[in-house]
Design a protein around this ligand. Structure first.
Ligand code: GLC
Length: 474
């Protein structure tokens, strides 16, 4: 097995012997800049622990946000009922009707709406209300007898500082959203007002992050779930923490536990630990939230393709690939979708014909040589490998923060496009984590599960608990 502390292990696989010395010199420097050695991961884990601890003590812009979520009860798997759930992700809005069967299984009817650019930039709240209105109409849904509105769980995949289970102020937008007049305001209020404007009879009874939804969904089927992760358009995680370990929690009850939303995409915003390349810096400078979410920008689906595009363009500019020519499409930001990277890195055809189709037909690059295609594949691999190694670093750091859990089996619920579609992502997560979490634990007790549609189902589970408690107290 390659020694992942030896920088050569990160360079040799990406050199192209048939290429020029100049090309190889550049590939070598590029591969070294994207390398994340085992020692680097140890440093990242140490940084994570310090930042988690600081974030649990106080709200500090240089620490991880570590947001208390007001979710305190683990699902039992016995929950039953049908609930409405909204899931606002980075790419889609899903409106779902979730049925919990009470035997650790669930089913759902859902409608997916692609979030329009206009909605991302301005009329998001009205867009949400319109989509929910369409769903209610198409499925002929009405408030239950004796009630004026349909209770609903709301998964909101952006950082909000919660003030209760059903309210929270937006800390900032990310993943390309820039809706004005929203930061520092209660997003439940903003959504609820739009429901009123559009006469949509729905009441949000719980709001939660998508990682919390993933954690709850996985917990519904696997009671030993300790963590929920999204590796998708963005990346983040939530985990169970003892209330006594959350000094900044102001509630009276300090026994028991609560789900904490890490917002780990914000790790290292102070830029002390991560290996930044010029290609990351270029992306970061041009992004609407530059200097923020820097970890996410090295890991998640929205950004990996853009980092790769920047890196390939640097080679184009030196006339080392495509004979120095690009295309109008490839010159535009965010045109190299991370899904293309997935296709490229899994192309095993002798003449790299899949890479050729992506480059020439989709991206309109004039004639590519086999050498060009190999170079592009290698660049994608460097960046994909860095992404999965950083993903494993973050997961390992959180699990190592609760070492007492690691003597038992631990399930981790995961959802998102990187986890589902990036080639070998899950296998590589296991392989990299073995080094830091130990072979015995990873091989025998760590279980990574796809929590499919986890954010929607989790919203229904939390909404159900809240609604049940409200009925009890009514
Ligand atoms: C971004 C958001 C976070 C969300 C993640 C995955 O990092 O800040 O709240 O969980 O994307 O969707």
């Amino acid at each position: 097995m390659a020694d992942m502390n030896d920088i050569q292990s990160f360079i040799q696989p990406y050199l192209v012997p048939e290429g020029s010395a100049e090309l190889n010199k550049n590939l070598e420097a590029m591969a070294a800049s994207f390398a994340v050695t085992d020692d680097k991961i140890r440093e990242i884990i140490k940084g994570f622990h310090a930042s988690m601890k600081a974030g649990l003590e106080r709200d500090d812009k240089d620490a991880l946000p570590m947001i208390p979520t007001y979710v305190c009860g683990r699902p039992t798997g016995k929950e039953t009922g049908t609930f409405l759930a909204l899931d606002l992700g980075g790419t889609n809005l899903r409106v779902c009707q979730v049925t919990l069967n009470g035997d650790t299984t669930y089913s759902l009817v859902q409608q997916k709406f692609t979030i329009t650019q206009e909605a991302k930039e301005s009329r998001l709240w009205d867009f949400i209300a319109e989509c929910v209105g369409v769903f209610l109409e198409e499925h002929d849904l009405h408030p239950p007898t004796g009630r004026r509105s349909i209770p609903c769980g709301y998964t909101f995949s952006f950082p909000i500082f919660q003030t209760s289970i059903a309210s929270g102020n937006l800390s900032m937008w990310n993943k390309g959203f820039t809706v004005p007049n929203s930061v520092a305001r209660d997003v439940v209020n903003l959504t609820q007002s739009a429901f009123q404007r559009h006469h949509v009879p729905v009441e949000v009874v719980a709001i939660l992050n998508d990682t919390v939804g993933t954690l709850m969904t996985s917990g519904y089927s696997h009671p030993d779930t300790q963590m929920g992760i999204i590796f998708g358009t963005g990346t983040n995680a939530a985990y169970w923490e003892k209330l006594e370990n959350i000094p900044k929690w102001v509630g009276e009850d300090r026994s028991g536990e609560m789900v904490v939303n890490l917002e780990w995409g914000a790790f290292d915003n102070a830029t002390k630990v991560l290996p930044y390349t010029p290609h990351d810096n270029k992306l970061n400078r041009k992004s609407p939230n530059h200097g923020l979410q820097v970890y996410e920008k090295m890991i998640s689906g929205l950004f990996l393709g853009e980092v790769a595009r920047n890196a390939v363009l640097a080679l184009v500019d030196q006339r080392l690939v495509f004979n120095g020519r690009s295309s109008d499409i490839f010159n535009k930001s965010y045109t190299f979708d991370t899904a293309y990277m997935s296709e490229i890195v899994s192309d095993e055809t002798p003449d790299l014909s899949v890479v050729q189709t992506v480059l020439e037909s989709t991206l309109d690059i004039p004639l590519t040589t086999l050498l060009d295609r190999k170079v592009v594949k290698n660049v994608c691999n460097m960046i994909g490998t860095r992404g999965v190694r950083l993903s494993a670093a973050a997961m390992s750091a959180v699990l190592l923060a609760r070492p007492e859990l690691l003597t038992n089996t631990v399930s981790v619920g995961i959802d998102g496009s990187m986890y589902q579609f990036y080639p070998n992502f899950e296998r590589d997560l296991y392989t990299v984590s073995r080094v830091f979490l130990g072979e015995d634990f990873v091989d025998n007790r760590l279980k990574l599960h796809l929590a499919k549609d986890g954010s929607g189902v989790g919203a229904a589970i939390v909404a159900m608990t809240v609604d049940r408690d409200r009925e009890h107290h009514a």
